[in-house]
Ligand binder design. Structure first.
Ligand code: PA5
Length: 445
């Protein structure tokens, strides 16, 4: 159950009435599939239209991974990584790998180009059995391709070529790309990133579902949460549809000169959800010189660092608090007769109670400091609410993206760094660019 409270936003009713027609236009554009990027709406009815046969194979593969291995290495970057990691930490907490319970440990590789990071995962695996899920829609992304070579070599050294093949699962385009070619040639079990689904909208396809299921998440519940959100957020009415209201609020904040949205949480389990949100918002709206810059903050930790800026720095931001009503556990502050730390005023209180007071106190301080606030409340962190929240953000973002007049479903800006990197690495076809870039870089020497 998701609730949006806008009472500390500073936005007034008549402002919402003014944007209602814009929301309706954006909503129609989305649902009638007539807007920019409409060929990428595979996520829109996903919870009702997904491939059930593949879904059953995902569950079977997860079970096999759990039987054969203690560790799954999930290799991917951006949309091919963030959702799965966000889901696992959302439901199992930041120590999911140390508290695995019913699933395997899942480590994420291929989202950087660091030798130290890969070696750390080698060391963590040690002599234990492991499997690999390599995920790339294009099948050509450099970071996961490098990591896959390294982990494939490890698998082959440990299990032999044939043994390695039965431990590799490839999630990629149905027909094209280097990874599809390799998977067919080697006979890996494969899963599909659907054509009409961009990376940041793919975490509830095989891309995210296989690592999540291997980690022990109940993916039926995830899809149920997603399906219920799809049914619920199915009208353009700002009075009854919080996904639309959130879109309208973000649009109005931009109109009022805000350029930064902070998604703040008070649960370490939501740190990676904040990373997922940043990619979703930034790649969808940050184009053509427009968009809100998405930032995530982990409170109360970050109140002791960027908290100063939020309270008192340049007034460019608003804050959306992602608040969790019920914690999974309820620890209570112990009484201490000596009371040397003076903390007995809180003795007997649950940490959740204290966390809530921290949230409310911070919210009012930030509002007083000129930072408008929205509160997005979920009842608890579980498989179901993860699916629900993912769909809420997808639908809302599609509307706000159309409202600001961008194509929310492409990401042309991601290519620029890749071209330069390929040229500097000497990839065939980039020779001219290499010379020009090296001339510019000579000032760094
Ligand atoms: O959202 C996106 O499309 C990107 O972040 C991609 O997911 C990311 O670049 C990875 O691409 P691929 O899955 O093709 O390796």
């Amino acid at each position: 159950m998701i609730k949006l409270n806008i009472n500390n936003s500073g936005i007034r009713d008549h402002e919402l009435s003014m944007v209602q027609p814009m929301v309706e236009t954006a909503y129609r554009t989305l649902m009638e599939r007539t807007g920019a990027g409409s060929e990428m709406l595979g996520w829109l009815n996903l919870p009702f239209e997904y491939d059930k046969e593949e879904f059953a194979r995902i569950k079977a593969a997860a079970k096999r991974i759990q039987e054969q291995s203690e560790v799954l290495v999930s290799i991917g970057i951006g949309g091919s990584y963030l959702g799965a990691r966000a889901g696992i930490e959302f439901t199992k907490g930041p120590f999911a790998n140390q508290l695995t319970g019913d699933g395997v440990e899942v480590y994420f590789a291929g989202s950087n180009i660091s030798s130290d990071y890969v070696q750390n995962i080698f060391d963590i695996i040690g002599d234990r059995d492991f499997s690999v899920n390599v995920i790339s829609k294009s099948g050509t992304t450099t970071e996961p391709a490098v990591a896959f070579r390294l982990f494939k070599e490890k698998l082959e050294a440990k299990y032999g070529r044939e043994g390695a093949k039965s431990r590799i699962y490839a999630t990629t385009d149905a027909k094209k790309g280097a990874l599809r070619g390799l998977a067919v040639e080697e006979g890996y079990e494969t899963f599909v990133v659907p054509d009409a689904t961009g990376g940041r909208f793919s975490c509830l396809t095989a891309v995210g579902l296989l690592p999540m299921a291997a980690a022990g998440m109940d993916i039926d519940q995830v899809m149920q949460g997603c399906a219920d959100a799809c049914t619920k957020y199915n009208n353009p009415d700002l009075m009854t549809n919080d996904a639309m209201l959130y879109a309208a609020m973000r649009f109005l904040m931009l109109m009022k000169g805000k350029s930064v949205e902070i998604l703040a949480n008070y649960e370490p389990s939501l740190t990676m959800f904040g990373e997922w949100y940043k990619q979703l918002m930034a790649e969808s709206e940050g184009k053509d010189g427009k968009g809100l810059f998405p930032v995530s903050a982990n409170f109360s930790t970050d109140l002791h660092s960027i908290g100063q800026f939020i309270q008192d720095g340049s007034r460019t931001m608003f804050e959306t608090v992602l608040w969790v009503e019920q914690s999974r556990h309820d620890l209570t502050v112990p009484n201490d007769p000596a009371n040397v730390d003076g903390l007995n005023f809180a003795a007997g209180r649950t940490m959740q109670y204290m966390n809530e007071k921290a949230m409310k106190g911070t919210l009012l301080a930030h509002v007083d400091g000129g930072v408008p606030n929205l509160i997005l409340t979920v009842d608890r962190l579980c498989d179901y609410t993860f699916g629900e929240l993912v769909y809420f953000f997808w639908k809302s973002l599609a509307i706000s993206g159309y409202m600001i007049g961008v194509n929310p479903f492409d990401q042309p800006g991601v290519e620029a760094y890749k071209k330069n990197m390929f040229a500097l690495l000497g990839k065939p076809g980039y020779e001219d660019a290499k010379e020009a870039l090296e001339a510019r870089l000579s000032v760094l020497d």
